[in-house]
Design a protein around this ligand. Structure first.
Ligand code: GDP
Ligand code: MG
Length: 259
């Protein structure tokens, strides 16, 4: 849980546009509510629980406002979650390069540090902002609220939110998205869905990426799916390779369908 790892108490994030680092909106101090009682040692466990509920409740309130904004503007907001390196940015690059519809696309990139991913998206010509979370290991609804004010996505567009690479904390934080997609790559081991069930439980779709590497690793796709279905029997799967493009048609068709 985030209050255990401490990320819920991190307050400094920066929101940046590629190549315009001087035009950034400033250091945003995101005020998570703190209970003073946590300083006391008495009833320690009880107090920690209160703080955790408070952070998540605040997050949920603002997430609903984001959701209302997306609904009013008919924006499809997709939250991409996974461990670091499973291929979120690669999938986005392949998606943006191959898009066939006329929808406008926008991207919010989340990482603790660097503009690397925003620069990769910027190279495709799609508007993007980078959220650097500093110590934080997830995006929250407040960061998304600030980022969409900076990005100003058009009506009827598709907004991809690439969350911080982490299979634990982002599961807890509703951003106001309409769709959550968890990505697992075949180099990560097929037992991840039962080791990190919250993430697979909170998603509607599961992309199994890097299938071009299947001959070299002992990843059992059917086993991974069975584990994932054990924690979420509604989960739908798409197997693909962001590198070779195999299976990308199914993902692009899903996007069209969701829109
Ligand atoms: N072989 C292979 N490598 C991939 C694929 N997708 C991503 N990668 C590589 O995996 C690494 C991490 O990818 P990245 O998109 O940065 O992952 P992220 O951290 O989830 O955004 C990079 O070296 C990518 O080139 C794929 O489908 N096949
Ligand atoms: Mg990335």
């Amino acid at each position: 849980m985030c209050t255990t790892c401490g990320c819920g108490e991190s307050t400094e994030v920066t929101i940046l546009r590629p190549q315009k680092a001087d035009a950034f909106t400033g250091n945003l101090t995101l005020g998570h509510h703190h209970h003073e009682e946590t300083e006391h040692h008495h009833h320690h466990h009880e107090k920690v629980l209160h703080v955790e509920q408070d952070i998540l409740q605040q997050n949920n309130l603002l997430a609903e406002r984001n959701r209302g904004y997306f609904e009013a503007k008919n924006i499809l907001a997709i939250n991409l979650v996974s461990s670091p390196g499973s291929g979120k940015t690669s999938l986005l690059e392949a998606t943006l390069k191959n898009k066939k519809d006329n929808s406008s696309y926008y991207v919010i990139e989340g990482d603790q540090q660097t503009m690397n991913d925003a620069n990769r998206i910027d190279a495709t010509g799609v508007p993007v902002v980078q959220v650097n979370t500093g110590q934080g290991c997830h995006l929250d609804s407040n960061m998304i609220n600030k980022a969409i004010k900076e990005l100003n996505p058009a009506d009827d567009s598709i907004l991809f939110i690439e969350n911080v690479g982490n299979l634990v904390c982002p599961a807890l934080f509703d951003l106001g998205e309409s769709t959550r997609v968890v990505i697992i790559s075949v180099t990560e081991g097929d037992d991840k869905p039962i080791k990190y069930p919250d993430m697979f439980h909170s998603a509607q779709y599961c992309i199994i990426n890097k299938i071009d590497l299947l001959p070299y690793v002992d990843f059992d796709i059917e086993k991974a799916k069975a584990y994932a279905l054990r924690v979420n029997h509604h989960l739908e799967f798409i197997e693909l390779s962001a590198r070779t493009g195999e299976g990308m048609d199914k993902w692009l068709a899903l996007l069209k369908n969701l829109k």
